[in-house]
Ligand binder design. Structure first.
Ligand code: ADP
Length: 433
């Protein structure tokens, strides 16, 4: 039975924002009402949610910083009443020999010592739906080994070794083991048996194989008593069922329901990626749009005021404000103004437009671009988002938690189909057709 003291039971720490959203969407799909925070919140406002995902930006920072931020997130999640914890990283195990997956996982286990089940955890980046599978400790992206998938050329976290037992061992103090595919295929009891023998051998972290969603559900069930689980969002598939079986949450087919938000809508695009260029082209063919010109910003022209006047002139019709340009145009501007300066000018302008649009009654925002979304939510003072239904894979409708709720659809540049802006506006209005 629900009581007024209901609090979140599953506390998650994600090493980047879009990964956090992915995980939160997965939990909502599993029937858990989920709130995502942007960084570690400063306050302890009581949360009406079954799960909380703290989004950090810790994937590529120094391991010691990643550890400190993750521990701060853990402290906050424990203060909210969470009992089980999930450390979420990329399904391609993005990391270097210096960290951050091993050091963060070990630090979280250390901090949880004393809680039962905190002497061991699994590491499972598999996400079969997105063609990430792990077989005998080796990570595959589609048909290719991780080290031949293109990830070996990643600018920050080149993955040149597909054997995750070795990769994780290089990052970890404790012994790393393997829960192999044949054990997982034999079911949750077999996995529990494997965990018991790994523990007896002094293993603290084990890569877990998974080829299918059924494997992920088996792992989820076998890990019900672990204090900490680590992996991609795939392995979170099994967690809602565990938590329901333990009687901590009730079946809920309304986990994706969001509070209604009234007010005008605005689309902001600060991504120059291919998908966003297509989405901007689709919108501008028939709908009102205002282009933010980085050169005009560099000349200190009143671009923000012009954009606001454009919004006013078309109200209550939603308009698109975009800096999006072709790769050649972006390159030309970057050469003239400098890449960092051009990016900052555009982000600052879109953030200022969002803030002033809210003062004019805009309550619904569709934003394209990862960094752009970060700048906009910061300008709007948004710290927590309740996660609703997916618009396109990986991009849910969200509503900010707190006074004057805002409806937000935040997508990283390359996500979403051509009609994403229109679809996002319809979903924000509560239509799902
Ligand atoms: P994505 O998710 O596609 O990477 P981001 O918002 O994270 O998008 O990053 C895009 C960056 O490019 C931002 O810093 C943005 O300000 C900048 N930018 C957008 N349009 C232009 C442009 N026309 N010229 C130069 N920089 C731009």
């Amino acid at each position: 039975m629900h009581t007024s003291t209901r609090h979140p039971v599953l506390g998650c720490i994600a090493d980047d924002f879009t990964g956090a959203t992915d995980l939160a969407s997965m939990l909502v799909r599993g029937g858990m009402r989920t709130v995502q925070t942007i960084g570690v919140p400063a306050s302890n406002t009581p949360l009406d949610a079954d799960a909380v995902v703290v989004a950090l930006k810790s994937r590529t920072i120094e391991a010691a910083d990643a550890v400190n931020q993750s521990l701060a997130a853990l402290d906050w999640l424990r203060a909210q009443g969470c009992r089980q914890f999930f450390f979420k990283y990329c399904s391609t195990f993005d990391s270097t020999d210096a960290g951050n997956i091993g050091p963060v996982a070990e630090a979280l286990l250390d901090a949880l010592a004393g809680q039962s089940g905190a002497d061991f955890t699994i590491a499972c980046p598999a996400f079969p739906e997105n063609k990430r599978t792990v077989y005998r400790g080796h990570l595959f992206v589609g048909d290719a080994l991780l080290s031949e998938s293109g990830m070996e050329h990643h600018p920050l976290t080149p993955m040149r070794d597909p054997n995750l037992v070795r990769v994780l061992q290089r990052q970890s103090k404790a012994k790393v083991g393997l829960i192999a595919s044949d054990t997982v295929a034999a079911g949750a009891d077999a996995v529990r048996g494997a965990i018991a023998s790994l523990r007896a051998d002094g293993v603290r972290l084990a890569i877990a194989d998974a080829l299918t969603d059924a494997d992920l559900r088996t792992l989820g069930a076998a890990c019900a008593d672990l204090a900490l689980i680590t992996g991609g969002s795939g392995v979170a598939i099994g967690l809602p069922d565990n938590i329901r079986r333990a009687g901590l949450i009730e079946p809920n087919d309304k986990a994706a329901d969001l509070p209604a938000v009234e007010g005008a809508a605005l689309v902001l695009a600060g991504s120059a990626s291919k998908a966003t260029n297509a989405q901007v082209a689709e919108w501008t063919a028939t709908r009102p749009a205002f282009r933010v010109d980085p050169r005009a910003l560099a000349r200190s022209e009143p671009v923000v005021d012009e954009a606001l006047a454009f919004i006013d002139a078309h109200a209550p019709q939603p308009v698109l404000i975009y800096a999006t340009a072709s790769p050649d145009e972006v390159k030309a501007v970057q050469q003239e103004v400098g890449s960092a300066a051009a990016g900052q000018l555009v982000e600052d302008a879109l953030a200022a437009i969002a803030r002033q649009a809210r003062e004019r009654g805009v309550r619904k925002f569709v934003v394209a671009g990862g960094e752009t979304s970060g700048a906009v939510v910061q300008a709007l003072g948004v710290q927590m988002l309740q996660i609703g239904p997916p618009i396109d894979p990986g991009v849910p409708v969200t509503v900010s938690v707190g006074d004057t709720p805002l409806a937000l659809a935040l997508k990283s540049g390359n996500f979403g189909a051509r009609d994403f802006f229109d679809k996002a506006l319809r979903y924000i209005e509560g239509e799902r057709a």
